[in-house]
Design a protein around this ligand. Structure first.
Ligand SMILES: NC(=O)c1ccc[n+]([C@@H]2O[C@H](COP(=O)([O-])OP(=O)(O)OC[C@H]3O[C@@H](n4cnc5c(N)ncnc54)[C@H](OP(=O)(O)O)[C@@H]3O)[C@@H](O)[C@H]2O)c1
Length: 335
């Protein structure tokens, strides 16, 4: 898959095209992988422009294959020690059916390095969700950026999405009171009935500025921000003194002009801590996260959903649907 044109406004399938090329033979130190699952993430939208945000993954170049997207597949041929045909692996050469991957290459801050996965009793696609970068983002966001203490009140936005649905459940599992927001009645019902959040609201029906004083009259301790814009502004209004914000993403800005909260001075007034973070820069927490989150998934104390699109040609539609709020849980393409 490659980009034809950068979108102005919403992403549409016409901005991409599938291109057929010969698959190269792997050279020394390389493996050939048949990709089986590839990830669809809001952050891809930040790379569909001439310059991605400084410090972020680089922009996709029109007419060039889209590198730097997490993907799972099976090794077909290996010329790299430690990798055998039949191994299930993850790597960063997504949105394509086959990839020749250099086993020694560092990719996506290390989270995209070629890695053999343990798929005994684990669905391989989970490594693109709770047992991979998504789980690491939720886990590190709560523990490092959110610095959760004991029995706190936490608001998670975009809570029915990939990161949000894990963050809500991890925080609930750790004994915090979680308020969740999402963009439809169906999503809100899932959050309350199945994920067990304390309260939830539909941000398309009730503005966060109205819902938060209703659901957290005593104020918030932590806001896990997936949305930015009006959501972040409402959090600043409703956080208690010394509250924290884990700045995970600002998806409401990705297809439009960024909107900076006009009440930012409240961060000073209330001595708040706003911490931006990247899951991929907390690789040290990956084994701990996989052990804990994997255990909670196995014992049923947390749950996980996927929205799956079939075939590479559907990847652009999957991205458009994700950004428009039409997916639930982790959005994936089965290749
Ligand atoms: N820091 C990191 O390392 C890192 C890593 C991965 C992802 N992220 C960020 O985490 C956030 C969630 O990513 P994800 O992969 O889990 O995606 P996701 O939540 O599965 O999908 C994005 C969701 O954002 C919501 N949304 C879109 N536009 C919105 C708007 N204007 N207002 C409110 N909600 C809106 C939609 O849900 P509704 O229907 O509920 O509106 C949509 O389902 C994104 O900001 C992403 O960039 C950060």
């Amino acid at each position: 898959m490659q980009v034809v044109d950068y979108p102005e406004g919403p992403v549409r399938p016409e901005h991409f095209e599938v291109v057929e090329v010969d698959v190269a033979d792997p050279g020394p130190g390389q493996v050939l992988v048949r990709n089986t699952w590839t990830s669809v993430d809001p952050g891809l939208r930040l790379r569909l422009r001439p310059s991605a945000p400084v410090g972020y993954f680089s922009s996709f170049r029109p007419g060039t294959a889209m590198d730097g997207i997490l993907t799972v597949g099976q090794v077909i041929e290996s010329r790299a020690p430690g990798f055998e045909p039949g191994n299930t692996v993850w790597h960063s050469y997504g949105w394509r059916e086959h990839a020749v991957v250099d086993a020694s290459e560092q990719a996506m801050n290390g989270i995209g390095d070629l890695r053999v996965l343990d798929v005994d009793n684990v669905a391989p696609s989970w490594y693109l969700g709770p047992l991979g970068a998504i789980g690491l983002t939720a886990y590190s966001g709560l523990s490092v950026a959110g610095a959760l203490e004991h029995g706190e009140t936490v608001w998670v936005s975009a809570a029915a999405g990939a990161v949000g649905s894990l963050a809500t459940q991890i925080a609930t599992r750790l004994g915090h009171r979680v308020i969740a927001s999402a963009g439809s009645a169906e999503k809100v019902a899932w959050l309350v009935d199945e994920l067990g959040v304390a309260d939830a609201f539909d941000h398309r029906e009730e503005l966060p500025a109205v819902a938060l004083p209703r659901l957290a009259p005593g104020g918030l301790d932590v806001y896990f921000d997936n949305v930015g814009g009006d959501h972040l502004a409402a959090a600043l209004d409703n956080l208690r003194m010394f509250g924290r914000v884990a700045l995970c993403g600002s998806v409401s800005d990705y297809e439009s002009e960024p909107r900076v909260p006009r009440n930012l001075f409240l961060a000073t007034a209330k001595h708040l801590t706003l911490t931006g973070f990247r899951g991929s820069l907390h690789l040290d927490l990956l084994p701990e996260m996989q052990r804990r989150v994997g255990g909670w998934l196995r014992d049923g104390s947390i749950t996980y959903r996927e929205t799956v699109y079939e075939g590479l040609a559907q990847a652009p539609r999957a991205l458009a649907d994700l950004l428009a709020g039409r997916t639930l849980g982790k959005t994936l393409v089965r290749l």
